[in-house]
Design a protein around this ligand. Structure first.
Ligand SMILES: [Zn+2]
Length: 252
């Protein structure tokens, strides 16, 4: 009798341990797999342009990758077919500014939002009501053209409107001089890329950025070798949002 009771207790204890251990295991493994996930967001500012955007789209399509394009409203009006083509090929289109005029847009909060809203209207006029909840501010969210006071008002309103402003973990350097070689861009990515589990790469698809096109396949290869999954910002997950906030890339 005693043996039977002990055996029953043993079975109950065994079940208890198994349930506890397996649920812990699932939690731990979920956490672990989340930690080793590495995501890459390729972002392109200042387009669309006749010379560069199509070539970038071609490379992204060949690699089955979705990129994020922070477009200039004026260029959207000039080249509506390019925006349509980006959209038809499932690229993510987000606003950058309407006219790339730092002094004008950063003069005050009203100027900034008038320009940003025009950019959104121009995009919407071509591809319909897209959710545009990620904004790339010209020069980045801590640019030195805008006064701190105006800058903090702009950022506050973007967040109040339920939108986000996003910077980058690495700038490939294609906008730092008029002409930057593809080799220099690639070596920048090799040296400075891959530090974070979520990376946002800043590139440009304005009309003169031919070396960006030349370097793009190698940039993709470098990140593929490092185990990154490529995504566009309209598919960002909550843990990635928190991660980017922590490293001061999102809503800084
Ligand atoms: Zn720009």
């Amino acid at each position: 009798m005693v043996i039977i009771i002990k055996f029953r207790n043993f079975v109950i204890l065994l079940i208890f341990f198994l349930v506890t251990f397996s649920s812990n295991y699932i939690q731990v493994s979920a956490l672990y797999s989340e930690k080793i996930n590495k995501t890459l967001y390729l972002t392109f500012d200042d387009g669309p342009s006749i010379n560069v955007t199509k070539d970038i789209l071609k490379i992204l399509k060949e690699n089955n990758i979705r990129g994020t394009f922070f477009v200039v409203g004026d260029s959207v009006n000039l080249y509506p077919h390019l925006i349509k083509e980006l959209n038809e090929n499932k690229m993510c289109i987000m606003p950058h500014c309407n006219i790339h005029d730092y002094k004008g847009i950063y003069k005050n909060e009203d100027n900034y939002f008038e320009d940003l809203n025009k950019c959104k209207e121009n995009i919407n006029a071509i591809i319909g009501n897209k959710k545009m909840n990620f904004i790339r501010m010209p020069g980045g969210s801590d640019n030195e053209i805008c006064s701190d006071e105006v800058l903090s008002k702009i950022k506050g309103k973007i967040l109040n409107d339920g939108e986000n402003y996003i910077d980058w973990t690495i700038a490939v350097g294609d906008a730092e001089n008029f002409e930057v070689s593809a080799e220099l861009i690639k070596s920048r990515v090799r040296d400075e890329g891959g530090l974070y589990n979520v990376e946002v790469v800043l590139m440009h698809d304005s009309g003169v950025k031919k070396s960006t096109v030349e370097a793009l396949q190698d940039i993709i290869n470098i990140y593929k070798e490092r185990g990154y999954t490529f995504k566009a910002l309209d598919e960002i997950e909550p843990w990635e949002i928190e991660y980017l906030k922590e490293i001061n890339v999102l809503n800084k």
